[in-house]
Design a protein around this ligand. Sequence first.
Ligand code: GTR
Length: 323
Amino acid sequence: MKTTLATLLASVALVGAAQACEITLRSSDTHPEGYPTVVAVQKMGELLEERSDGRICVEVFHSAQLGEEKDTIEQTQLGVIDLNRVSLGPFNNIIEETKVFSLPYIFAGTDHMHKVVDGEIGDRILNEFQNHQLVGLAYYDGGSRSFYNSQKPIHSIDDMSGMKFRVMQSDVFVDMVDALGGNATPLPYGEVYSSIQTGVIDGAENNWPSYESSGHYEVAGYYTLDQHLIVPEVLVMSQTSWNKLSAEDQALVKQAAKDSVPVMRQLWAEREAASEEKVRASGVEVVADIDKKPFMDAMVPVYEKHVTSEKLKTLVEDIRAAQ
Ligand code: GTR
């Protein structure tokens, strides 16, 4: 009897909550429940629900339930998905300006990246999304990305020669790996684990939390901290979904997204440390003592190829000057 009543009350509560939400924004994320980006968007949803008196809710579809990033970006542009938390990398081939934040070694470190994305340059890039059926809401942290593989420890560029590395679907990253003497294979994130396992690729590159949560460390036990990329992540909204909101509600969405940033940064710092600890404890061989200079020097052709317009050149200069 008790159980029946409890079940009944729970379902009434659920119906009540569902009715209160006049608008439910569906949000996509490739990462699993509990990952900092997922929790941050859930937090944004809580803020939004509170501030709209329960009218606007956010439902986060984590673990790539709505698809891989390249596809979910298209779906967001079409208005099928309302919100999307993605790396800036997969935007490179669609929105040229996002390339500047995806250039190897463009940021000297996390502080430099924060300074840039929190400032006027960050706004300049976010504004570009509106020319592509999207609204840029906020930047999240993505740590620094380094190479890992299943074959051998990498101590220098020479060790990269001929090795096959998966990269995100962006020409900048393909050219980056090629410039280091490796072979780049652009693949969706969800295909990396099995591709390493079956030997289709030797490895990939990512930050500590992704290396850990994806389980890639289980099949690629050599991690070299060359830290070639610090790619910020973004939370974007479909322009179609945005246009359906009143100006007041648009402001609420924007503010809630901004307010989720400090929460995300805190969660990120904690998760980076926890993931590193877990990976190291698993016996992964970590090469931390690496001379990054040859890696940086090898990136000159990548800059030459991708930073060609005056607009991008200015952006790169401004980013460097902001250090
Ligand atoms: C992660 C990032 C994801 C995704 C993934 C990848 O670090 O958070 O959004 O881009 O990397 O390598 O595809």
